[in-house]
Write a protein that binds this ligand. Structure first.
Ligand SMILES: [Zn+2]
Length: 409
């Protein structure tokens, strides 16, 4: 028995005025997803908890059976793992942006004019490793203006605030300790020194000198956020008896899965954007199922389009995924289950994550089925799975696959 879990990021939505008061899923009315819902069992998922708007990091932890309330400290370590860095459980990791900051500390552009991957990589090389107050700082560029920072050393803590104001104010925030421990204070102070030192190096870097000549925004500051420690997760294979792989474009998803012991399948053209190569991703899923029991297929663009307030384009993306899934279904062996859901709701009218539950379907050889014939937020309310929590999805799937041990005797 095998299973594919398809996660469309930010799949859930609300009724949109521009779609005649339908949700993008209702508007898309994808025949493949509707068929799977009609033949399978459906329901709604409160991914993290009822009414709690969650991020993709906590959402994916929950969908994979790990309670984020007990294991999650921040997004940084998952981004770092997803970028291919190795991390110990004592390290503190951050996600970072190259940004343009004025002399008075005003953030002029949190993405440094969306500086290119090539330029960012060169800048990153100049600050990739240093030691401050006995703490090692390891900085790596990932894509475009983004990077990750790891702090390694004795007596540090992940309890430090974000430097990135993230649109809330216009000034850079100094890292502050988030509790009274000496570890948090030491971390915040050392991090501030690192930021000042790297800012000086970046300011004088030939890349920035060239950018200044061309009147382009300088990449002269690193904005950190999402400080966290890598949780000690029980391996997925041990928890559910399933050898697992992930097919995704974005680093975060690979990182969460790596933390759970998944194999990461790198797919050409899997970009984590609207232009992602769905055909290649689906091929990779089919291929991975030959050597694994469980494959997570992640598609990011549905979330991005909701943030951009483009519900019609989100519906189109849903249809593209449905069509790609049809090709996948043709190639699956008859003992394969397919589950489709989202990691949270992203309202295309609000342009942000919301705590509404997301629809889910499970399809497979001996799934009980229910009376629901359509896959959308409203139809799935009446499904046989009822309303479940994200952490309940994996046990339900593993039960179908027959890999769970008997509770009691
Ligand atoms: Zn999002």
């Amino acid at each position: 028995m095998k299973a594919v879990l398809v996660v469309l990021d930010g799949l859930g939505d609300r009724r949109c005025k521009s779609l005649g008061y339908m949700t993008p899923l209702q508007y898309a009315r994808n025949r493949v997803l509707d068929r799977l819902a009609a033949e399978g069992e459906t329901g709604l998922v409160d991914v993290v908890a009822r009414g709690i708007p969650n991020g993709s990091d906590t959402g994916h932890l929950a969908l994979l059976g790990y309670d984020p309330f007990t294991c999650y400290t921040g997004r940084g370590p998952f981004e770092a793992l997803g970028a291919g860095l190795s991390l110990s459980h004592e390290d503190v990791a951050f996600r970072c942006n190259f940004a343009t900051v004025a002399d008075d500390g005003t953030v002029l552009d949190r993405r440094a004019g969306r500086i290119s991957t090539e330029e960012s990589r060169e800048l990153a090389e100049s600050i990739q490793s240093m030691e401050i107050d006995g703490i090692q700082f390891i900085f790596r560029h990932t894509v475009e203006h983004r990077g990750v920072l790891i702090m390694r050393g004795e007596g540090i803590s992940h309890r430090v605030s974000n430097v990135d104001p993230h649109g809330k104010t216009s000034a850079i925030q100094k890292p502050r300790p988030l509790d009274d421990s000496p570890e948090s204070l030491k971390t915040a102070q050392a991090l501030q020194k690192f930021l000042e030192k790297t800012s000086q190096i970046l300011q004088a870097h030939p890349i920035n000198i060239k950018r200044r000549e061309k009147n382009l925004p300088l990449a002269n500051y690193i904005l950190t956020r999402g400080a966290g420690r890598l949780p000690n997760l029980a391996p997925f294979e041990q928890k559910f008896g399933l050898r697992a792989a992930v097919v995704a474009g974005g680093a975060l998803y690979k990182g969460v899965c790596r933390a759970a012991g998944f194999d990461v399948v790198n797919v050409e053209g899997a970009t984590g954007t609207v232009n992602t190569n769905l055909g290649n991703k689906v091929k990779a899923v089919v291929e991975s199922l030959k050597t694994h029991d469980f494959v997570l297929l992640h598609v990011k663009a549905t979330d991005t389009l909701s943030h951009d307030k483009k519900p019609r384009e989100k519906a189109e993306m849903i249809n593209r995924v449905g069509d790609a899934l049809e090709k996948m279904l043709e190639q699956l062996t008859t003992d394969t289950y397919v589950a489709v859901t989202g990691d949270h709701t992203t309202s295309s009218e609000v342009g942000d994550h919301r705590g509404d539950p997301v629809p889910v379907l499970i399809w497979g050889p001996d799934v009980r089925g229910d009376r629901v014939t359509k896959f959308d937020e409203i139809s799935c309310m009446e499904g046989g799975l009822g309303r479940i929590r994200g952490v309940e999805l994996m046990p339900i799937l593993a039960n179908y696959l027959g890999t769970l041990e008997l509770y009691g005797e």
